[in-house]
Design a binder for this molecule. Sequence first.
Ligand code: ZN
Length: 403
Amino acid sequence: MGVGAAEATLKLNYVSHCHNQYGASVCLWLSGGNNNNNNNNTTKTKISHLLYRDDFKLIAKSEEELQKQIQTTKTFSDNIHMEFGLEKCAKIAFKRGKLVHSQNLVIDINREIQQLEQGKTYKYLGIEESEGIQHQQMKKILKQECSRRLRMILKMKSELNARNIITAIGALAVPVLRYSFGIINSRTEEIKKIDMKTGKMLTMYKMHNPKADIDRLYVKREEGGRGLVQIEAAYKAEIINIAEYLNTNYKEDQFVNIVKSHESTEPNMNSIIKTAAKITKELCQQNEMSDAKQDGIQRTKARLGESLKKKWKNRVMHGQYIRNIDRQLISEEDTFFWLSKGDLKTETDSVIVAAQDQALQTKYYATKVLNTETDSKCRLCQQFDESVDHIISGCPIWQKNST
Ligand SMILES: [Zn+2]
């Protein structure tokens, strides 16, 4: 094996933990000192490090213990010809959950790991931490990055067709936030605001007519929507996923068990399991279902999509088009082929959808939505409601004149 020839940088983060600190809030892993992992009692499990790919965190009860751990890590790294990326490493010490000043961590004569200064943070798996995760700071960073990517994609609208631009948003901008769900504490209200902001940006770039239905934006293109990922739905799906994982794996996996126990001590709004239960309950109420438990995770997620479609369909004006389609037993697949193909320009896509959502100034719209008129009958034939459908294909006078 040619491992020795390659010189890799190992990004390491060090967390030291001082004496006399059991059951620390900083790191839930440090609640005991026994290495015996054979029983189910989570307080007896000691975790000395966290490792994911090249991101490594050492956790120790004392400076001495940490020093020993770093030597073990150094020996191992030297043997496989890996090097520490010292500039990316930090050492941090806590006393009773508070960050305290400590010495740099010595690796060998020439090399030290700097201790983290007060007010500074270190990154583990892309998340800023110091005395625990820095939720507010992370939220700000993630929202900015998501907007930056969204703007970048929207600026390319002349080069991408309607479908591809929506796909790009889902594949490049949304994952920035999705990665943080369940790690960074978020409220549904905050998430809803991000969706609103995205909607406004789409309007700014003429990709969404403000009079068209907002929920239709999030319905699958195959079902008559425009296929945008709703961040609120992505958030809810992710929370339900994590809760499902914790609830099914805690018996087999002691670490999952620790996380689950820790979860139960969190306040309601920060607990994944409690939030997931709340989301499932709300979904059931919206769909007039009594029992959610038997339904399974896949169905629950599908229902997130269904409830958006239902909201669109139930709107007096916006839903008129989709309601008519259901009534006339015509092929949904063929009807929405132009949407699922998505090869129109994104502005054209938006205008057609807005017209179908009755967002034009018809008399029907003026009567039913604006309430500025009382008569909804067509100004040409005076027989039928003057809706968009009627003007396009239903008005006998209009058709006679135009053929
Ligand atoms: Zn008419």
